[in-house]
Each structure stands twice: as C-alpha cells, then as structure tokens.
Ligand binder design. Structure first.
Ligand code: ADP
Ligand code: ASP
Ligand code: MG
Length: 423
C-alpha cells in the first residue's frame, strides 16, 4: 500500500464528465489498496471568472477579500469531486485549506505555505477514505483565507505530499508530460520521459507554466517524487502503465539526459523593461536605482548597465507586468529625478525566451548558436542573462513564437536524441 497525492488541474476538472472521470481514476487507485489524497483546482475558467468579477467591482480589489473570493473555486470543485467519488462507491471527504489546516503567511494573493498539519488527513486516510483537499489556498495567523498565486494548486499538492511523506505526487494535467517547449506553440515539441529537478526548476522559473515554481522548489527541498501526466487518458488504464507514463522529475543524474545539451525552451510574456537614459555615472548608481524598487518589494529580473560615454550611462531592468504601475511611479517620481536621468522609458512590448539544459555546463558555443539563430531570423536581442544551465534573452514580444520555433529547430529538440528505454 502506498500513499499517493494526485493533483488535477482546471481542464481536468473542467466539466461534470471530467470530474466523473477523475473520480473513476481515483477509485481505481483506491480499489488497488492505495491511500489517496486528491488536490483539485477550480473548474477551468472559474478563477478567471471570479477575478474578473472582483475587477468589475473595483480596479484595486482588497487583497484579503480577493482571496476570500478566489478560494471558492476550489471549494466547489472539491465538493463536486467528493460527491462523484461517493457516487462511485468510494468513501470520500473534502476539506478546505483552513480545515486541514494549511498554514501560510499573510501575503494575500501570493501566500507561501509555512506548515501543514497532517493529523486530520491521516485519520481520514486510516479510516479508509479518499481525502480531497482544495488546492491553491490556506489560512494565515489571523485565521484569514489566503491563496498561493496563480497555478498554486501544484504547490498545494507537492506540499501535502511532503507533509504526509507520500510515496509519489502525480500532477495530472491536459498534456501528457513536460515537453521540450509548450506544445501549443511548437507542435513538434517532444515529451521528456524524465527531466532533472534542476532543469524543471529553471523551466518553471523562466515562465513555463506546466508547474508552478514553488511546487518544484518544494519537491526539491523535501525530495518529493514528482510525475507530470495526462488526465485525459482512459481513467481505467492499468496502474502500472499509468505510473510509467508522463514525465518523471528526477533527482538522479540520468544517462538519457546527457544526450541533450539543451533540453527545453521556456518563454514568458510577463515582463516589462524599464530604461533610465543619460544617468550621470557615479559609484552607487545601481543601488540608487534599484534600492527604492527593492524597498517596495518589487522583484527585479534582468539588469543591464551600459559602459559610460561622456560620464553618463543607460541602465535597464525588467520586472513582472503586475509590478508595472508601481515601478513606473517610483522611477518617475523618486529615482529618475534623484539620479539625474535624462529620460525614463517603460516598454511592455517585450518577452523573455530562455534555453535550458544541464548539458550547457560542459559544452561551449551554446549561447552563440542561440544568438546566431535569432540573428538569422532578424530578431534583435535587447538583454541577455546567463547562468550555468540557462541563457535568457529579452526580445520584442511580437517575435516570441518565431524565436521559440527557430531555437527549437536549431537545437534539434524536435528530434529523438534520447536513448530508447530498452537500449
Ligand atoms: P493545469 O490546469 O492542469 O494546472 P496548466 O494550464 O497550468 O494546467 O499547465 C498545462 C499547460 O502548460 C499545457 O496545456 C501547456 O500548454 C503548457 N506548457 C507550457 N510549457 C510546457 C512544457 N514545457 N511542457 C508541457 N506543457 C507546457
Ligand atoms: N485555480 C487557480 C488558478 O487558476 C489555481 C490552480 O489552478 O492551480 O490559478
Ligand atoms: Mg497549472
């Protein structure tokens, strides 16, 4: 008997028929003698619907109230799933984040899980029930409902698996695994049978929305065995087949991974670039610009400072779209005048495209192939950042899909470079 956490995303829970299919799949695992905790997302579109309602009321909804509202999507889907399980003859109970409780900090709309008390869940499992726990939400020290940021049900599931020492966490979604890039953008993208935790962490942090970054961080910290697989297959496929499908996120070095230098491409439209032009170049200028931004709790992603010409320099950096207004305000009213910038420019028509692969550690010329490929397509690179296992560029957003497709081809990600299972 194993303890398995299964997470089902919005599309997987998207209709009454899909919820019934989830119940059949879970019933199969329960009948095979496994203890199962299910973490569902809200039905697809529901969280967007709720957040749109909030924005129709006011352009600046109170964050505590926004969480109060957004968390209802998962409460509804969890209750529906528990009903479907009971109708299948499986004893089941659903619980909200605050009933468990899943304790978080008070950063409403993007709270972090601090601790999960697994006692009540364990008692339910030991009584032979399937336990359904709402994704995406928790409770803070004041007893208020919090949510974990968009895509946060992934993190709920992995955190639950870590807290209860689950044998495996299965992330069921609308694709059959982690691909070399988003298959919606590049139809030739290939599923990875296995990927390293490090690569998954980079892909998630660079914008690939297949897994929320915090879910991958949790999996790494607590060594939670994680598999991404499809919820759209026949729910009654044999369990042995199911546990071999999808993509395994592994902590081990795998001989199959060495074959690929670049193993995936991520992209994000979620960036805005700010530039301060003609800034007198004195020691401490970077701090004078970024200090107030950091003090406002705004995360800066890429940074570029030009060499000074005639004693002045241009300074650019990127932040997430959500922080656009606040950053612009700080630069216009405080930072720009304080550092003597001639001009402050905001550009939200940019995107970030990144190539990722642990093989980049031991291979040279990877970044230059990336730059050559983009040059051949006539795409101008505005900013570059590199680490041991990734290279990212900021480019004009209208070229994003072209860039991703060209890079996918240039790095031969559409070809089978992996050693077959039976080699
Ligand atoms: P869920 O609702 O199940 O959490 P998401 O929409 O959050 O599903 O994530 C699944 C989607 O992620 C896929 O439909 C796919 O378009 C997208 N995606 C982005 N990058 C990748 C990738 N590298 N591999 C697979 N899917 C990806
Ligand atoms: N329902 C939430 C969202 O749409 C959480 C999730 O689906 O993971 O972001
Ligand atoms: Mg998701």
């Amino acid at each position: 008997m194993s303890l398995i956490v299964q997470k089902y995303g919005g599309t997987s829970m998207g209709s009454v028929d899909r919820i019934k299919n989830v119940a059949r799949r879970v019933a199969k695992w329960h009948a095979a003698g496994h203890q199962v905790i299910v973490v569902p997302s809200a039905m697809s579109g529901e969280t967007n619907r709720l957040l749109t309602l909030a924005n129709d009321i006011t352009s600046d909804p109170d964050p505590r109230e926004q969480d109060m509202l957004a968390a209802t999507g998962e409460q509804a889907s969890s209750a529906l799933l528990a009903m479907a399980l009971i109708a299948e003859g499986v004893p089941a109970r659903s619980f909200t984040g605050w009933q468990v409780p899943v304790r978080t900090d008070s950063s409403y709309t993007k709270a972090r899980i601090a601790e999960i008390d697994g006692d009540s869940i364990r008692a339910e499992l030991d009584a032979g029930r399937v336990v359904v726990v709402t994704g995406y939400q928790g409770i803070d020290e004041h007893g208020y409902i919090t949510t974990l940021g968009r895509g946060g049900s992934d993190t709920s599931a992995v955190a639950m698996a870590a807290a209860l020492g689950a044998d495996e966490c299965l992330i069921f979604t609308d694709v059959d695994g982690v691909y070399t890039t988003d298959p919606r953008v590049v139809p030739q993208a290939r599923r990875m049978r296995v990927t390293s935790f490090e690569e998954m962490l980079e892909l998630a942090s660079l914008g690939s929305k297949i897994l929320q970054i915090r879910a991958v961080e949790f999996a790494g910290k607590f060594r939670v065995p994680l598999r991404v697989l499809s919820s759209l297959t026949d729910p009654l496929i044999p369990i042995e087949e199911e546990t071999e499908s999808g993509t395994l996120i592994t902590f081990e070095e795998d001989s199959q991974m060495e074959a690929a230098v670049v193993s995936g491409i991520a992209f994000s439209r979620d960036e805005t670039k700010f530039s301060l032009l003609g800034v007198p170049d004195t020691p401490g200028v970077a701090y004078s610009i970024l200090g107030p931004v950091a003090a406002a709790n705004i995360d800066v992603d890429m940074i570029l400072q030009n060499q000074s010409v005639d004693g002045t320099t241009d300074f650019s950096f990127t932040v997430l779209h959500d922080d656009y207004e606040r950053t612009h305000e700080i630069l216009k009213t405080q930072v720009g005048p304080a550092v003597g910038a001639k001009q402050v420019i905001a550009d939200s028509k940019v995107c970030k495209v990144s190539i990722v692969g642990i093989g980049m550690r031991s291979h040279v010329g990877v970044a230059s192939l990336m730059f050559r490929t983009l040059a051949k397509e006539g795409i101008n690179i505005q900013m570059i950042s590199t680490s041991e296992i990734k290279t990212s560029v900021v480019i004009e957003d209208k070229y994003m899909e072209l860039a991703v497709r060209a890079l996918h081809k240039a790095f031969e990600l559409d070809q089978d470079k992996y050693i077959p299972d039976d080699a």
